[in-house]
Structures are given as C-alpha cells and as structure tokens.
Design a binder for this molecule. Sequence first.
Ligand code: BT5
Length: 247
Amino acid sequence: MSPLNYKVSHFVEIDSTNTQLVAAARAGAPDGTVYWADFQTSGRGRLDRVWEAPPRSCLMASVLLREPDVVAERLHAMTGIVALSIVEALGDLSVEGISVKWPNDLVVGSDKLAGVLAELVENPPRAAVVVGFGINLSYAGPANAQATCLERLTEQSIDRAGLLDGILTKLGDNRRLLHGDGFNTYRERLSGVLSTLGQVVTVDIGEHSVTGRASGLSPEGHLILDTRDGPLELSTGDLRRVRSTGQ
Ligand code: BT5
C-alpha cells in the first residue's frame, strides 16, 4: 500500500488515537485509515498502562490494518511488522542503533524510544487490527521510565509528518510479509533487529513468569525461550527483567 492509499486524519488533541480508531474500525472504517495526534489526553500502553507525552513532542499515530487473509497464528506479528517498519524508516533518516525489545518496544541500548500497541478489532477470517505507536522526538519519557528521544540521539529535529509518511510507506510494503512464504523474510528481518535474542530474560505472562535465554523466533514468529524445563514459545508477554548470560 503506498502512502496515497492511506486515509490520514490529524488531531490537535484526542483521548487516544488507538481508542478512536478502534471505534471507527468497528463502525466500518476502511483498511489504511490512520489517525495521528499532537497530544493525547488518555494515551495508552499495554495492560492499562499510560503513554504520556507533551504536545508535539512525540509522533503518536494509529493505523487500521484489515488483513482478511492473515491466519490467526500470525496476528501477533502485526506488532512486529510495525516495529520493523519504524526501525527501517528511521534507518532511512540515518538514525541507527535502534533495536526491538520483544515484543513491542523500540530501544537504544536499554533506553525506550518508542512503543507499539496492537489491538484486535475483528478475528480472522476478517481480521482487523489497530496498531498504534508512539515515538519520542523531543521528549525523553516520564521520570520513572528509562527512556530517550530522537533529538537526544541525533541532535537534529525530525519532522513528525515526514517520519509518519516514511513509516507508512515501509508498512505498505512490509505487510505483504504476513502472508505465505513472506513470513520467513519477516522472521529473518525482525531477528536482525531484535536485541532480546541471546539475552537471559524473565517474561511475565499474566500471573506467571518464566525465565530463560531468548534463542530465536519460531516458524510462527514466536519468541523461543530456552528454560530449565526445555524450550518454550511465547507469542506475547511482558519482558520484565534482562540480565546478561552467565549470571
Ligand atoms: C507501549 O506500552 O509502549 C505502547 C505505547 C503505545 C503508544 C501509542 S501513542 C499512539 C497510540 N495511541 C495510544 O493511546 N497508544 C498508542 P507498554 O509496553 O505497556 O509501555 C508503557 C510504559 O512506557 C509506561 O508504563 C511508562 O513506563 C512508559 N512510558 C510512558 N510514556 C512514555 C514515553 N513517552 N516514552 C517512553 N516510555 C514511556
């Protein structure tokens, strides 16, 4: 999908681009509808957490992807495909050194630069997912978060609308990797930017947590954790703690 096929709406202020786009999707908004905002009064992260940023300090956008042919097992990859598109678009702007911390953070070292929030609107066979992302431009995150921003990294100001265009163009190209054999390319490209691989991590999944070494992505794109009890495949979770191998 080229940028010309997107239907982009800009808001000066909104509660949450994800919340409003999910509502629009339920009311029949078409594939490629994009909402982006200067300021969110109720920006959301995963698990009822908050995404916060002062006005115009962060690129906050959500895109509706209707993927009628995507199989249920690959829905989780909507997060990865957007994360990958962000890394690639930033690469085109010569912003290097950004990696993906599984499953939904973009980081520089251990500082969070951006987060992705995917929300399912409709299940296959008419799969529809709203994928939102917040990328810090001039705001390095709330005090309690170990975070950074693009201006700190690049010492240049990056135009939000231009960055959004770049990401949407990459996404228009990359979303075809959700289908058929393209998924192998998706796994390879995501593995290439996934800093979680090789690390010993503790992942919270609901009430439970598991610890192991992240060793790769399964054929379905799930994170493989090598635990004491053998390999475990995770499609999502909250990566709470990271320590280096051998500790
Ligand atoms: C995320 O959740 O990282 C997903 C964030 C998605 C935000 C976008 S903005 C456009 C769209 N509309 C929305 O309402 N949301 C999406 P999670 O992994 O749960 O991380 C949330 C945590 O990140 C918070 O608990 C804070 O610790 C931290 N945080 C909040 N604001 C931040 C910021 N600007 N920069 C870095 N970290 C932040």
